[in-house]
Design a protein around this ligand. Structure first.
Ligand code: EPZ
Length: 421
């Protein structure tokens, strides 16, 4: 296992380039199972989750090559994909459930390990399964595996109880090869879903309404292949904007998906962080000691993203005043709070609400990462804290942030990766 050793107190200065979006690349990679021709994906970030998805696609029969230096992934989809996504892989990455829809659509059968929960919540997939049953799939859970089979999936009118991101992606993919039209209501509207739909349409799918709460998919007989560039990562961009603010620095971000970040820009500006959009994908961010705490409620897109909640909690520990954070998406997403308190933060948790009393001078200490965004929050707090912060179990971080310590060092942070015995 590795750890990060951070000597805090340096205001970050300079330019950072945002990588491709993990949460767009993953569904798009699984969507290649639907295709009949080779596909070339650009701007695919070099992350642990991407290599896990690559391993799973190989097990399912894809010929797949990833070139980390060029961020290119080349996929040769199999005519008849294998049917089983094994537990030993699925348990390391819950997004593996996204192979279920494509396998059912392409092979009319699938055996996918039921993803367990994770640190942030129980993460059920009941909405995925209910929707696939409406499309004609017979599904049962046997010894921890989802066993699904169907004749050809048929179009259905589906209304989700909750705008589930993964559920929307699974049904979107499954419906591309179904017989007839599928209407998906209360669909998730995240930019990563729009990217997946744009990719599938480039391969010959007939998807409309993506990015709104009502998506229609007219089934086709086959999908070809294409060349496609994945969108940039709005959560990575938000994380580096917070890094600039929490260290009171001045940072230029490149490749920022600005149109996907309204809620994050809004909240940072409400705190008093200076943000200037320099052209269509470049942003200048300056932080100073005048920043104020704000209230945050996490919501499905286009509301404030739950994936930015932990990072804002860290920022508010060092801002003036008091802020209230309400986490409405996941039932256990305040794991960073107790670790931030080890650095001197003043946070009270009451159910789905956290009260953050700011104005604190954080002091470095050893802390433990628990999940992807909580680990990012601990790194951010370490950058601001006086003294040395050691963040352990940073394999969580490596799942979703490309070369984070290198990007931060280039901005003037004093941060080293070490082996953790
Ligand atoms: C996606 O997870 C993202 N992961 C998450 O990012 C993100 O936090 C989440 O969407 C919300 O935006 C990827 O895209 C790979 P959901 P997903 O289905 O699809 C409940 C990160 O940090 N629910 O929208 O799992 C569920 O329990 C990760 O990059 C059901 O109850 O999110 C949760 O409370 C973390 N039944 C809520 O909905 C279901 O069938 C949101 O889940 C499905 C979901």
């Amino acid at each position: 296992m590795d750890r990060l050793v951070i000597k805090g107190g340096n205001p970050l200065k300079g330019e950072v380039t945002i990588s491709g979006a993990k949460n767009a690349a993953l569904p798009i990679m699984f969507a290649t199972l639907l295709l009949s021709k080779k596909t070339i994906l650009h701007n695919v970030p070099d992350l642990k989750d991407i290599s896990t998805a690559k391993k799973l696609l190989e097990i399912l029969g894809c010929g797949i090559k990833y070139y980390p230096e060029k961020k290119i992934c080349v996929v040769e989809p199999p005519e008849f994909p294998e049917l089983e996504a094994p537990y030993n892989l699925v348990r390391t990455m819950r997004a593996s459930i996204l192979c279920l829809g494509p396998l059912l659509a392409k092979r009319k059968s699938a055996r996918v390990a039921l993803p367990g929960g994770c640190a942030i919540g129980s993460r059920p997939v009941d909405l995925h399964l209910k929707a696939l049953k409406k499309m004609g799939a017979e599904i049962e859970v046997v010894e921890g595996y989802i066993e699904a089979r169907c004749d050809r999936l048929k179009g259905a009118h589906i209304t989700f109880d909750f705008p589930t991101v993964g559920g929307t992606e699974n049904i979107l993919m499954a419906a591309t090869l179904a017989k007839g039209e599928t209407i998906l209501e209360n669909a998730a509207r995240e930019p990563e879903i729009v990217d997946l739909a744009n990719f599938l349409n480039k391969c010959g799918a007939k998807i409309k309404g993506h990015g709104t709460a009502v998506i229609s998919i007219k089934g086709v007989e086959a999908l070809s292949g294409t060349t496609y560039s994945v969108i940039s990562d709005r959560i990575e961009a938000g994380t580096y904007m917070v890094a600039a603010a929490i260290t009171r620095g001045e940072v230029y971000l490149k490749n920022v998906p600005i149109c996907a970040m309204d809620a994050v820009f809004e909240k940072l500006r409400e705190m008093g962080v200076f943000i200037e959009v320099l052209d269509n994908d470049k942003v200048k961010v300056i932080g100073d000691d005048s920043i104020q705490c704000v209230d945050i409620i996490t919501q499905p897109y286009p509301g404030f993203p739950t994936d930015m909640q932990a990072q804002f909690m860290a920022l508010m520990c060092t801002a003036n005043g008091t802020g209230i954070i309400k986490e409405t998406i996941f039932e256990n997403r305040f794991m960073q709070a107790v670790e931030l308190m080890r650095l001197g933060a003043d946070i009270k948790i009451a159910g789905d609400t956290a009260i953050v009393r700011g104005g604190r001078k954080l002091k470095g200490a050893p802390v433990m990462a628990s999940d992807l965004r909580a680990s990012a929050a601990l790194v951010l707090a370490g950058l601001a804290a006086q003294g040395t912060t050691i963040v352990r179990r940073i394999y969580h971080l490596d799942r979703g942030y490309e070369y984070m310590e290198k990007k931060l060092s280039a901005l003037g942070a004093h941060i080293l990766r070490e082996k953790d015995d």
